[in-house]
Design a protein around this ligand. Sequence first.
Ligand SMILES: Nc1nc2c(c(=O)[nH]1)N[C@H]1C(S)=C(S)[C@@H](COP(=O)(O)OP(=O)(O)OC[C@H]3O[C@@H](n4cnc5c(=O)[nH]c(N)nc54)[C@H](O)[C@@H]3O)O[C@H]1N2
Ligand SMILES: Nc1nc2c(c(=O)[nH]1)N[C@H]1C(S)=C(S)[C@@H](COP(=O)(O)OP(=O)(O)OC[C@H]3O[C@@H](n4cnc5c(=O)[nH]c(N)nc54)[C@H](O)[C@@H]3O)O[C@H]1N2
Ligand code: SF4
Ligand SMILES: [Mo]
Length: 703
Amino acid sequence: MTTREVPTVCRMCHGGCGALVTVDGDRAVAVSGHPGNPNNAGFLCAKGRASVEYTYHPDRLRQPLRRTGPRGSGRYRPIGWDGALTEVADRIAAARDRDGPRSVVLAQGTDRNYQEWLFRFANALGTPNVLGPAHVCFYPRVMAGILTLGGFTFCDYEHDPEVVLLWGSNKAATHGDGVIGTRLLSAVSRGTRLIVVDPHRTSLAARAELWLPLRPGTDAALGLGLLHVVLGEGLVDREFIEGHTTGYEQLAEHVRAWDPRRVAGITGVDAELIVRAARRYATAAPAAIELGTGTAQHSNSFDTARSAVLLSAVCGNLDRPGGDVLWDPQAIIGRRSMPMSEALPPESAAQRLGGDRHRVLSMSGWAHPSAVWRAVLEHDPYPVRTMAVLGSNLLVAYPDSERVHRALSALDFLCVADLFLTPTAAMADIVLPVGGWLERDQIVEHANYVAARRAVTSVGESRSDEEILNDLAGRLGLPGFWESARAALDARLAPAGTTWRELADGYYRPTELRHFTYRERGFATPSGRVALYHEGLRRMGHDPMPVHRPPARATRAGEYLLTSRHSTFYFNSEFRNVPSLRAREPDPRVEMHPGTAAAEGIADGDWTLLEAHGSQALFRARVTDAVLPGVLCAGASWWYPELPPDRSWRVSNVNRLLRDGDENPAMGSSNQRGVPCSVRPAPDEVVAACLRGDLAEWAGELR
Ligand SMILES: Nc1nc2c(c(=O)[nH]1)N[C@H]1C(S)=C(S)[C@@H](COP(=O)(O)OP(=O)(O)OC[C@H]3O[C@@H](n4cnc5c(=O)[nH]c(N)nc54)[C@H](O)[C@@H]3O)O[C@H]1N2
Ligand SMILES: Nc1nc2c(c(=O)[nH]1)N[C@H]1C(S)=C(S)[C@@H](COP(=O)(O)OP(=O)(O)OC[C@H]3O[C@@H](n4cnc5c(=O)[nH]c(N)nc54)[C@H](O)[C@@H]3O)O[C@H]1N2
Ligand code: SF4
Ligand SMILES: [Mo]
């Protein structure tokens, strides 16, 4: 057997681990960690190791499909690519001509390196409506950084931080944005100390110097408390504040009321521990902050993210070795210029759905899901009848899944591109089969490098999202696209003076990290300084300084605080159909404290019914003192690939229990943390009916 080894970059998650793929002919036979990649140095997690199993999964979609049964039935017949793309282009063109381009919504899920393609397509088409989970994912951080200091910071693991404040983030399992999980762990093994803010004693919390076990949803109060101590005790970098910030006095006045005792009452974290954490962070030289979705999926998301940026600024940790640094992007047509934002007229951008309420989210280019569902269901403020979804399982990703389902049912036309017939894909009129990460040539842009991901195989007739969008743009006559997706690779690299061939042969191009760039050119804000008090936010009708908004409703007797977290062995809603990964976590879990379990008569391993907002979902109890008493921590994004698609998403989907309506004003982040919820043992017959997908039997029980 003659095999070859191809260096590429894993994309089973965001991590960007370097991978070596063993290829036999046109078949990938093994994947291992690339020892020469600066992000992972040979590491490959369980998901990465399942890549071959995933790629050749028997349930992969292999041909475009046209729906033949009712929405959600999963009944389809294969059609050719030309027929499928003609139909999609015709339906988009008809909607554009009838109701204007804004009536077409394009959606994607978490970023998979074609986000900038999707925005380019939307802007060329003239629709301001691109939907994604950015507002509950990492955009509160991104926008807090951009507005406050003109950029988005990363922790500088090239130069070990003395302390990392790991805030609502489980990096060791989730590896966001460039495998910082492994980089964080190696920094820890070299002596970096951790301060962890999490209601869950994660593996990193267990290794932390200080663990702040807070009540879910109270992070904004903690942020104000940390600022109170740091400013009140003068543990600040005066030179930086004087030379490079505005609004320090207003901030000092604003946080004065947030003394640790008050904050302890809200967060449940000891006042003394808050003081110790603030001092430890502020006196470390240097310290960095990792913010995760623990802080983002909440009505105080943007405020918490702003507090974190302000802490970093007043302590002088911005753009400092081992602190929170700003990488200059390479000169490729990439994240910044690829979207062609200038092509969308300002009057169209002003009509972005949700933009009237959530100004900062709208500035970032994203429409708000709740506003999209309203436009579909009530034609308010204007009708949306057409949607194209590239890589999002909407029925499990967003709160109030039943409303999402009503909206998808009400569309005139829905196209979904995916690798599998997910419950969301089963709602589509046309389903397009896409290739996974081993099947596409892609430019991968991380903070620290630009790399080549290389197509080594293909399954069925699947195509990449880039090919689909480029083809549709051609059929619709949109400006700014290429003869082929392959030609786009060279065009995008040309400004950096390189070609696809050169990048692929060289594997990756490192980005140079510079520090203290603000000393030469200031910060990229209107004043050139870091805006501690933000006049622009005030003018937009948002709070100029971070605030804590109490939850819409407090818990009653017998209720607990519901939150959720991502699983180590899955990627959002993916991989429940991959046997080696499903074996690691066969059932959806809700983690609870032994005290909670005893009070409710639940034993470890029991099936339970969670109930919130009058809806129920089935989870298996994991009783552990790693979770705070009073907290229910459910697994996010669960569905059952083995059940019929119209039921698979209903049984154990935590988002069926959540509702829109309690959102962060600036970013629109829905409140998914600290939601009042009850739990009780699930009757055996309900469990049996649910797991059979027997709708008639369980509908009565599972509301
Ligand atoms: N309650 C609760 N809700 C949450 C979260 C939570 O923690 N708790 N997390 C939130 C977060 S942070 C996020 S990012 C969202 C995630 O929401 P989504 O990104 O929508 O995630 P998935 O539900 O996994 O859907 C992604 C789909 O894309 C498909 N896919 C994979 N690769 C490709 C590709 O290259 N092209 C195409 N076309 N399809 C592809 C997968 O098969 C899968 O069906 O969920 C959010 N919702
Ligand atoms: N294995 C794996 N990796 C992933 C993903 C996945 O699904 N699986 N998803 C990817 C995506 S889209 C994203 S956005 C990232 C997310 O990566 P992370 O930000 O690490 O997200 P989670 O692990 O969901 O949640 C982080 C932590 O928040 C804690 N938490 C829960 N509620 C609260 C709260 O109210 N406050 C605070 N401070 N903490 C709270 C949880 O206990 C958990 O330890 O991971 C990415 N990588
Ligand atoms: S952490 Fe992510 S990128 Fe790295 S091997 Fe695992 S799945 Fe692949
Ligand atoms: Mo995310």
